[in-house]
Structures are given as structure tokens and as C-alpha cells.
Design a protein around this ligand. Structure first.
Ligand SMILES: NC(=O)c1ccc[n+]([C@@H]2O[C@H](COP(=O)([O-])OP(=O)(O)OC[C@H]3O[C@@H](n4cnc5c(N)ncnc54)[C@H](O)[C@@H]3O)[C@@H](O)[C@H]2O)c1
Length: 456
């Protein structure tokens, strides 16, 4: 049994407090609103949430659930404090972190008189970096204690949905725990013992970010389904039937496919079909901003790659991978072709290697596409990967094949811009300069799966 204080008895805090008490922990809820404290103390749920009243009553009866407005007592009597206060939007969209800051200051002040190590867990939704830049310094300043020695801050974002929050808490999809030092996560893993199927231990920043990724994706799914539904209705197609069929494909549609950050998409189908849909929607006078934003988003991603290469100020560029994806010689609307065209226009000397592309074998629309885009492509293509890499100041990896990895591993110190995210076995000095270096993530010992069992 762990003793826990929960700051904020709103939708997240009340459910967290009651469910943790149900999981045999000793819990005290803290809120600035005396009505919520009073409600919990009298065995009633402070917010409306199915199943919560029952858990609160049971927790009170068992003597495991309490509530107070006394921060010092709550901190003194607990080993872990969960921060569940609101983080609303300001009118300009910026997150209002005033509540989180105040709780951290209060917990810090209370820690001054506490000798034992204390864990503070940020459960409120905050942008990556908040724990490190706001929570830790505030607690340190107000407690006059040292982070990592006297106290630690972990991130544990909340994934429950209002209306079924208790059921979600007791049967979560994932539980994400973030810390600078993985050792600080041990007591938290204990807190969730028996509740969760999958605990992911990761860095503070990653834990904070996962929450935003999830909500962003959920919102994207709703908007996507609604735009598809709108288009279907105007095309006299049964949208429910279409989506039922679409959802049945768990190989490409409802799956992990296409969800790995990498380079821009291209090829003979996606751009063409998106254009056709956007054009038809325009003819129908339909406003489908999400659908219309996909190609510009892809273009922006390609622009970032061009900028990353030009930012090196190197002019001898080796490009590995020309077709729109490995395993094909289809060059139509390949993002690599667009990237090379832009680099050539900027005065770069480009040499290209692609094991799947042989000019002599290209026929039809594929051949006419490349002849139109880069007429002197023949002079740029080489069949010698080693030579392309040796003669380049910067190597742009568009297609990551075992051959490419094998050669790059033998060339430590080469500047590599990996458009597909670098593989863990690439040398770390062949660091990606395209956005953040994914190599660092692969090497992060905290980013690992730590538990895969459920007893509830
Ligand atoms: N509502 C949800 O379903 C949900 C789901 C996932 C994540 N979140 C995130 O969780 C956080 C909390 O959301 P919520 O909906 O529970 O908020 P809420 O507004 O319902 O509850 C916040 C509570 O914190 C209390 N509070 C404010 N300052 C305090 C202080 N200094 N000390 C103690 N208590 C204080 C308030 O009185 C209030 O009761 C937010 O960051 C939100 O984005 C919410």
C-alpha cells in the first residue's frame, strides 16, 4: 500500500483518487474548493462520473479515502503527490499553467518540513518540457531541496474519457510513466500494479508528448470521418457502408501502417487521388479543410528536408534512393525527385544511387515523368553506392536498405541526413540532422516496455 495525495478533485483527480483507493492505496484528495473536499469526505463523488459515487463510498468506508484543504498535512502524510489541476486554454491558445505552478509551489513549501523523499507526479496535460522547466524548478525553489535527491518529478498523463473514466482507469489501454531517472518510476509502477496491462517507461518529455499525440490523433480521426461522411453524402454514397468496409482493413487502414515519422509521401496514387477528391469537393462547393490540407502538409515536409540539406552549406550531395519508396522503380511524384530538383536549382552537385532504378528499364509514364522533371538524370545516377557516398559532403538517405546501412556503418563521421529516421545500428556519429536525432531515442535506456501482465 502506498500513501498518495491527489491535488485537484475535478474529473481527473476525483477518479484518480477513488480508483487508487480502490486499488488498496491510502489516498487523500486536496482541492482549493471546499465543496469538493466536503463532498468526498461525506462519501459522495465531487463530479458526475458513472461508478464514481460507489467507489468513493467504498473508499471512505474502508478508511482509505480522505479529503482535505490542508496541503502541508497531505504532503506530510503521503509518499507520492499526483497533480491533477486544470490546464485550460488562454484566449490565444496558450496553455494556462497557473494552476500547475501554484500546486508545485504549495507542494514545495510543504516539503520544506518533510525529511523523507517525495515523488510528485504530473497527471495534468502539459506540453513537453513543462515538468523540467516549471515543475522541478518551482518545487526546488519553494522547498529549498534538491531535485533527484530529496524529491523527483515524474509525468503520468491521463487517458481516461469523461463518461467512462472509472472503467477506463481500471482498464487502461496504456499507462505512460516518464522520468529523467528511470529509478524514480519504481514506486509508481507499484501504484499501478494490478490495474494496467501495459506500462511504458520513458523520458519526461516523451510522456508529456504522448498525451498530445493521442488527443491530436483522436481529433484527426473524428474530423476525417466527418469529412469523408460529408463527401460521401454529396456523392450519393452510403457513408456508413463505406466506413464499415474501410474499417475492416486492419492491414493498411486501422493498423500501424503509415504512422512512422519519416519522409514525405509520393508515388503515382496518393497525390493524384487526393487532388481528384479535393477537386470534386470544390466542384460540389464543399468545405473539407482537412482533406485539402494533406498535400500542403506533405509539401511542407519536403521543404523541411530541402532546408535541412541547404543548411549544411555543402554543395556536393549524395542522394540514396530515387523512387518513391524502396522496392519499386516508380519515379512518378517521388519526393526524392522533387528534393533533387530543388537541390539542383540551388546549385548543388547531386549524385544519386538507387538499386531499383535503371534508366534503361524505365518505360511509359514513369520514363516520361523523370525525363520531364530531371532531363539529365542519366548523368547523375550512379551504380556505385560506395562512390556516391565517398564523393559527397552530405549523404541524404531517402531509402534505407541493408546495403545502405552496411556502407554507412563503415563511414563514421559522414554527415548523414536520414529522411526515414535513422536505424539503431547506424553509427551515432552519422547523426541525423533532419529534425531531432531519432538515434538518441533508440539509445534511450528509459524508452522500453517494462510490464506486460494484468491481474485484474
Ligand atoms: N477531463 C478529462 O477527462 C481529462 C482527461 C485527460 C486529461 N485531462 C487533463 O487533466 C487535467 C485536469 O482536468 P480536469 O478536467 O480534471 O479539471 P477540472 O477543472 O475538472 O479539475 C481541476 C480541479 O483542480 C482544483 N484546483 C485548482 N487549483 C488547485 C490547487 N492549487 N490545489 C488543489 N486543487 C486545485 C480545482 O478546484 C478543480 O477542482 C487537465 O490538464 C486536463 O487537460 C482531463
Amino acid at each position: 500500500m502506498t500513501s498518495i495525495s491527489v491535488f485537484g478533485l475535478g474529473y481527473v483527480g476525483a477518479v484518480t483518487a477513488a480508483c487508487l483507493a480502490d486499488n488498496d492505496h491510502w489516498v487523500v484528495g486536496v482541492d482549493v474548493n471546499p465543496a469538493k473536499v466536503q463532498a468526498l469526505e461525506s462519501g459522495r463523488a465531487p463530479v458526475l462520473e458513472p461508478g464514481l459515487d460507489k467507489l468513493v463510498t467504498a473508499g471512505r468506508k474502508a478508511g482509505r479515502l480522505h479529503a482535505t484543504t490542508d496541503v502541508v498535512a497531505a504532503v506530510r502524510e503521503s509518499e507520492i503527490s499526483f497533480v491533477c489541476v486544470g490546464t485550460p486554454s488562454l484566449p490565444n491558445g496558450r496553455l494556462d499553467l497557473g494552476g500547475v505552478a501554484r500546486v508545485c509551489e504549495e507542494i514545495g513549501t510543504a516539503l520544506r518540513s518533510k525529511k523523507q523523499f517525495h515523488l510528485v507526479v504530473l497527471r495534468s496535460t502539459v506540453l513537453p518540457g513543462t515538468s523540467r522547466s516549471l515543475a522541478i524548478p518551482r518545487i526546488a525553489a519553494f522547498s529549498q531541496k534538491q531535485a533527484g535527491v530529496d524529491f523527483a518529478v515524474c509525468a503520468n498523463p491521463e487517458f481516461t474519457r469523461e463518461g467512462c473514466a472509472v472503467a477506463d482507469f481500471l482498464n487502461p489501454g496504456i499507462t505512460v510513466l516518464g522520468a529523467d531517472n528511470p529509478a524514480h518510476l519504481a514506486p509508481l509502477t507499484e501504484v499501478y500494479r494490478g490495474i494496467t496491462h501495459q506500462i511504458f517507461a520513458t523520458s519526461l518529455h516523451a510522456a508529456e508528448m504522448v498525451k498530445y499525440v493521442c488527443n491530436c490523433f483522436h481529433a484527426l480521426k473524428v474530423a476525417f470521418a466527418n469529412e469523408i461522411g460529408t463527401l460521401c453524402r454529396h456523392l450519393d454514397v452510403d457513408e456508413q457502408d463505406v466506413m464499415k468496409i474501410f474499417l475492416s482493413d486492419d492491414k493498411l487502414n486501422i493498423s500501424t501502417a503509415y504512422l512512422k515519422p519519416g519522409f514525405a509521401f509520393g508515388g503515382s496514387c496518393l497525390p493524384k487521388d487526393l487532388r481528384a477528391l479535393a477537386y470534386r469537393a470544390k466542384q460540389l462547393d464543399l468545405r473539407l479543410p482537412l482533406m485539402r490540407a494533406i498535400l500542403p502538409s506533405n509539401q511542407a515536409h519536403l521543404d523541411r528536408a530541402v532546408d535541412a540539406v541547404l543548411a549544411t552549406r555543402s554543395r556536393r550531395i549524395g542522394v540514396v534512393g530515387l523512387s518513391f519508396k524502396p522496392g519499386t522503380d516508380d519515379l512518378r511524384e517521388s519526393p526524392s525527385v522533387q528534393l533533387i530538383k530543388r537541390l539542383l536549382a540551388e546549385g548543388c552537385r547531386v549524385q544519386i544511387w538507387d538499386q531499383d532504378v535503371s534508366l534503361g528499364r524505365l518505360v511509359g509514364s514513369n520514363r516520361s515523368f523523370i525525363e520531364e522533371e530531371i532531363p539529365h538524370i542519366g548523368a547523375l545516377l550512379s551504380t556505385n553506392l560506395e562512390e556516391v557516398i565517398n564523393s559527397a559532403e552530405v549523404i541524404v538517405v531517402g531509402a534505407k536498405t541493408p546495403e545502405v546501412n552496411a556502407v554507412l556503418v563503415r563511414k563514421p563521421g559522414r554527415r548523414v541526413i536520414d529522411l526515414q529516421a535513422i536505424e539503431p545500428h547506424l553509427p551515432s556519429d552519422a547523426a541525423s540532422m533532419y529534425g531531432t536525432s531519432p538515434a538518441a531515442d533508440y539509445e534511450n535506456p528509459a524508452a522500453r516496455f517494462v510490464e506486460a501482465s494484468a491481474s485484474r
